[in-house]
Design a binder for this molecule. Structure first.
Ligand code: URA
Length: 267
């Protein structure tokens, strides 16, 4: 599976990944989106998870009520701007009390790709926009190296509020906020979803699996009307900042996405 990439983009990506020298004369001519010998990518459907998440019934009654409330309110929402207002006024998640702002999704309403992270960090909380801090800067570089315009994508998070001190969100917080993410996806109706990080992947796909196992396969997410959206999961930019050696795998995931987009455009 070979992808024609602009040599400058490939070079930029190698620099991002920390590569400082090359052995071959023409290292940037082509890059494989699938360095693994096998060709067929198993499509693991969300209905066949590796390990399903804890049932919502394990959540407290108050949390279940908040989930139900969020789901009910989302049903009447017809536009992203209505949904943004709904989320800003929603009082069923305590994270809102400690956050400075509600960080709703950002980007093109008719985006073909939705990128999903976990939760706003300190910079996002201050600026009210997803992925504007260090992780966001790396995401921007990855998007541009892959030839994708950030402004033509839609970028959002599982949670619209920053957990204090960036702690891991609880199952209850994720469950209450999930209807907002699901409604964003339905309203945008993208062709592809790219999930960044295991926590976001497990939440949206309703599985319990490590990102190392989830990445590299085309998965599916089914929206309310039955449409199945192809999903790729990959490492979170924050993880890549801590583990630059994994950037090459994230690059392969971006290439997989580009390849599928190109295939579908040609059909
Ligand atoms: N990390 C995330 O998961 N989301 C953001 O918006 C910023 C950092």
């Amino acid at each position: 599976m070979m992808v024609d990439m602009d040599q400058k983009q490939i070079l930029e990506w190698y620099i991002l990944a920390g590569v400082e020298e090359t052995a071959a004369d023409e290292p940037f001519a082509k890059i494989s989106a699938d360095p693994v010998p096998h060709i067929a990518m198993p499509v693991r459907k969300t209905q066949e998870p590796v390990l399903t998440r804890q049932a919502t019934t394990a959540l407290s009654q108050a949390t279940q009520n908040a989930c139900q409330n969020a789901r009910e309110q989302c049903k009447n929402i017809k536009t992203l701007s209505e949904l943004k207002t709904l989320v800003e006024n929603f009082d069923g998640c305590a994270l809102k009390l400690t956050a400075t702002t509600t960080v709703f999704g950002d980007g093109a309403e008719d985006a073909r790709i939705v990128f999903i992270g976990e939760a706003p960090g300190a910079d996002e909380d201050r600026m009210g926009k997803p992925f504007v801090g260090r992780s966001g800067q790396l995401l921007d570089k990855m998007l541009s190296a892959a030839g994708l315009e950030r402004s033509s994508c839609y970028i959002t998070n599982i949670l619209p509020w920053r957990p204090p001190g960036n702690r891991t969100p609880t199952d209850g917080e994720i469950a209450v906020c999930l209807p907002f993410l699901k409604r964003q996806i339905e309203l945008i109706n993208p062709d592809y979803i790219f999930i960044m990080g295991g926590s976001a992947a497990n939440a949206l796909l309703d599985v319990q699996d490590s990102i190392s196992r989830l990445r590299g396969h085309w998965l599916e997410y089914q929206i309310e009307d039955g449409k199945k959206i192809p999903v790729l999961a990959s490492f979170h930019p924050a993880y890549l900042l801590r583990n630059p050696g994994q950037k090459a795998k994230a690059w392969v995931d971006f290439l997989r996405l580009k390849q599928k987009m190109a295939e579908n455009e040609n059909n």
